[in-house]
Write a protein of this length. Structure first.
Length: 322
């Protein structure tokens, strides 16, 4: 690019004479040029830094996204494990220990040692400290609850040795053979299909074909074997030790009041009598005149994996059939 040349008119000589810039003017021009160059360079730097990732930064972003996804999956699995642990604790305190006449484990016993916050302070210095600390705390909680539960089961094992007769009477198996039913509604608040109201469903509904055998879930005496309002053909068994089980909507009753029955003995057939929409067995467990969640009493029939799956299905089965 040609250098600019400036001229100025001189009236004394009546001619245009070349003007040579002073040092100050040359410095000003030079400074202006560098300022423009620096501004352009800075703008390019900002553009590249904020809008374009280097290969290393791109890889780090991808790894960070993958780690967060894996963390989310791990947290969901941990949540599910903690829910199962809560159900095991509930089952332990409200059934096993009640059955053995033992006091429930206190919250302090189950959570002992988790009030020490010093162990988490070092984690606060890490990147994503909140995520890491939360996950560590929840893992510690699960570990502590598992330890307490093992101790509880060891205590129960010692107590069971002297309670064989009582165990035989507790309603502790599923009243229909595995594979012959599906859970249509679990225990808890459910929507009544007849009037749409929300009610406490005091048992569990096992949907099965009409005529499917129904078995006693524990040793006992037949207290009722008759047709009852709403329940249709119904059987109630008194098991002693403040336990009772109820079997409703039967097609046939195969026992009579006063009969002594054993666990696993056939007592009736699935039907749809009474206030029932389709063939199923409505089954209840009652302890000290209060309804219990029957799923908590299926411990003789189910492995831990099967029990976890039954909890999931029963919690999600929301349409009562009676």
């Amino acid at each position: 690019m040609a250098k600019k040349v400036y001229y100025q008119y001189n009236p004394e000589t009546d001619n245009f004479e070349r003007v040579y810039p002073s040092l100050r003017m040359r410095l000003a021009t030079w400074g202006k040029t560098w300022m423009i160059a620096l501004a352009i360079a800075f703008s390019l730097f900002v553009l590249v830094f904020y809008f374009f990732d280097s290969p290393t930064e791109e890889n780090l972003r991808k790894e960070n996204t993958q780690l967060r996804t894996q963390y989310a999956i791990l947290e969901r699995r941990l949540d599910n494990s903690l829910k199962v642990m809560e159900r095991l604790q509930e089952r332990d305190d409200n059934f096993y220990r009640v059955m053995m006449g033992m006091e429930p484990m206190s919250r302090g016993q189950r959570l002992a040692g988790l009030d020490n916050e010093n162990r988490y302070r070092e984690l606060e210095k890490l990147n994503d400290a909140g995520l890491v600390t939360r996950l560590t705390q929840r893992m510690d909680l699960l570990e502590r609850q598992l330890f307490a539960q093992v101790q509880s089961f060891n205590q129960l094992r010692e107590a069971i040795g002297n309670e064989q007769e009582k165990l035989a009477h507790i309603p502790s198996v599923i009243p229909i053979k595995a594979g012959d039913f599906i859970i249509s509604s679990g225990y808890g608040l459910r929507r009544n299909p007849i009037n749409g109201s929300t009610i406490l469903h005091e048992g569990i509904d096992l949907s099965a074909s009409s005529g499917t055998p129904v078995f006693a879930t524990g040793d006992g005496i037949i207290e009722k074997a008759d047709r009852l309002a709403g329940l249709g053909n119904c059987i109630e068994i008194s098991h002693g030790f403040d336990y009772c089980s109820r079997y409703a909507h039967l097609d046939r009753i195969l026992v009579a009041e006063g009969d002594v029955v054993k666990r696993g003995q056939e007592i009736g057939r699935v039907g749809s009598t009474g206030a029932s929409k389709e063939p199923h067995l409505h089954y209840e467990v009652i302890h000290k005149e209060k309804s219990q969640n029957p799923v908590n009493y299926f411990f003789m029939d189910l492995t831990p994996e099967q029990y976890t799956e039954m909890i999931r299905v029963a919690d999600n089965a929301g349409m009562v059939l009676d």
